[in-house]
Write a protein that binds this ligand. Structure first.
Ligand SMILES: Cc1cc2nc3c(=O)[nH]c(=O)nc-3n(C[C@H](O)[C@H](O)[C@H](O)COP(=O)(O)OP(=O)(O)OC[C@H]3O[C@@H](n4cnc5c(N)ncnc54)[C@H](O)[C@@H]3O)c2cc1C
Length: 380
């Protein structure tokens, strides 16, 4: 019997445990985690460096940004992490990292802080059944509590413990779950194998089958043998579907006309050089070669158009296993944005990826997880 049980020992669940013990030091709190240890996913974040937040979170276009705002406003990542012994630095794009650059130190600080303040951590225990009656929650017919926080994450990266089980629990309580989609995930696309390993900097757009714009990004992509990876491809993936086009503007610093003029000049100065060689003065060789194969003619204007928009047919995404986050989740209408308390079940709270809030690469998803965990934790 506990006062509060937190289902899920990930980013939001551990942050909630820390903030809850501070707000209510005498309450009996347990974090219940299905894996043998808490925070497995945290260790993999930011390539092991843990991009734990972003200074631009308040203006970030999260899904359901207005719902996320109260939690984000109430949370200062630098002071929260300092309070558990982690100094944080920001880079030129506002991304926040622990000063020691190690995700393991973030996890240790969260875990030690939660345990030091009296939270019981129960591992190897998956909650698959939850009921509410007589002002009590009963979990798996074996644990009871007065307040329950669901912090079980989404469906992305099931190898880190998240298989969508949190959504099943919320459905048991009558909550609606919006359609779920893998997000921040590499795209699969036709014809990329010859470009495998090639990186392109530029502007990128995702178009639907009628060539209407679905999403845009900029930065770097990486071709793989099955499609397109890299942050700028992952950032458009939540809108991707079979039949979309992923179009690359590899010369964003020039207009199409300026690109054509530049290529004409290259041609005039090198009248006998093959186009592949001329284009290699602007672009990686393998990409220049792909443009040459795709060009309808040997005119500078055609090459310029391809430099500005070279499109690949998207066949889908690499799916849940390679996704960093879930697009979709518990419908926000069922929750108060100021308390993250359920509007359907008394004393039920939710935080993190299980709610229908997701952001792009850059620390925004962890910041939401920590911020929502801390808000719910204070109010539990
Ligand atoms: C490879 C990778 C890299 C990433 N890098 C970044 C990054 O650098 N920056 C960033 O902002 N975001 C990053 N993310 C996304 C970020 O990790 C998640 O958005 C965030 O961890 C979500 O926090 P959460 O607490 O909601 O869920 P999680 O951290 O996923 O935690 C949920 C926990 O609940 C447990 N659980 C699930 N079901 C049950 C159950 N039924 N009973 C008991 N326990 C259960 C799980 O085992 C898990 O430990 C990355 C994700 C991945 C996969």
């Amino acid at each position: 019997m506990y006062d509060t049980i937190i289902i899920g020992g990930g980013a939001s669940g551990l942050a909630a445990a820390v903030s809850m013990r501070r707000a209510h030091p005498t309450k009996r709190v347990a974090v219940v985690e299905r894996l043998p240890r808490v925070g497995k996913k945290l260790l993999a974040t930011g390539n092991g460096r843990c991009n734990l937040g972003n200074t631009n979170a308040l203006t970030h276009p999260y899904t359901n940004a207005a719902f996320a705002r109260p939690a984000l406003e109430a949370f200062d990542p630098k002071s929260f992490f300092l309070s558990i012994g982690i100094a944080v630095r920001s880079d030129s794009e506002g991304r926040l990292y622990p000063l020691g650059n190690q995700a393991a130190t973030v996890l240790d600080a969260l875990r030690f802080s939660a345990e030091r303040e009296g939270t019981k951590i129960i591992t190897d225990t998956a909650i698959h059944m939850a009921e509410y009656s007589n002002n009590r929650f009963l979990l798996n017919d074996s644990m009871e509590c007065e307040t329950l926080l669901l912090a079980a994450g989404g469906e992305a990266a099931p190898q880190h413990g998240t298989d969508g089980g949190g959504f099943s629990l919320l459905r048991q309580f009558g909550h609606t779950i919006t359609p779920l989609k893998p997000a921040l995930v590499p795209l699969t696309a036709a014809g990329t194998a010859p470009l495998k390993g090639t990186r392109i900097q530029g502007n990128f757009s995702l178009l639907d089958s009628k060539e209407c714009l679905l999403a845009e990004s900029s930065g770097e992509i990486l071709f793989t043998d099955t499609g397109i990876s890299g942050i700028a491809a992952m950032d458009v993936s939540r809108r991707a579907a079979p039949g979309c086009l992923f179009c690359i503007d590899s010369l964003p610093m020039y207009s199409t006309e300026e690109s054509a003029n530049l290529l004409r000049r290259f041609r005039c100065d090198n009248p006998t050089a093959p186009w592949e060689q001329l284009l290699s003065g602007l672009l990686p060789k393998a990409y220049a070669s792909a443009l040459c194969k795709a060009a309808p003619s040997a005119e500078s204007a055609d090459f310029a158009r391809l430099c500005k928009a070279f499109c690949f047919s998207v066949t889908g995404t690499r799916g849940w296993k390679d996704a960093q986050v879930t697009h979709g989740g518990a419908h926000i209408s069922g929750w108060s944005s100021h308390t993250l308390r359920s509007r359907l079940v008394p004393n039920l709270y939710a935080a993190g990826e299980v709610l229908d809030v997701d952001g792009l690469c850059g620390g925004f998803n962890l910041q939401w997880a920590f911020a929502s965990g801390c808000l719910a934790g204070q109010l539990l």
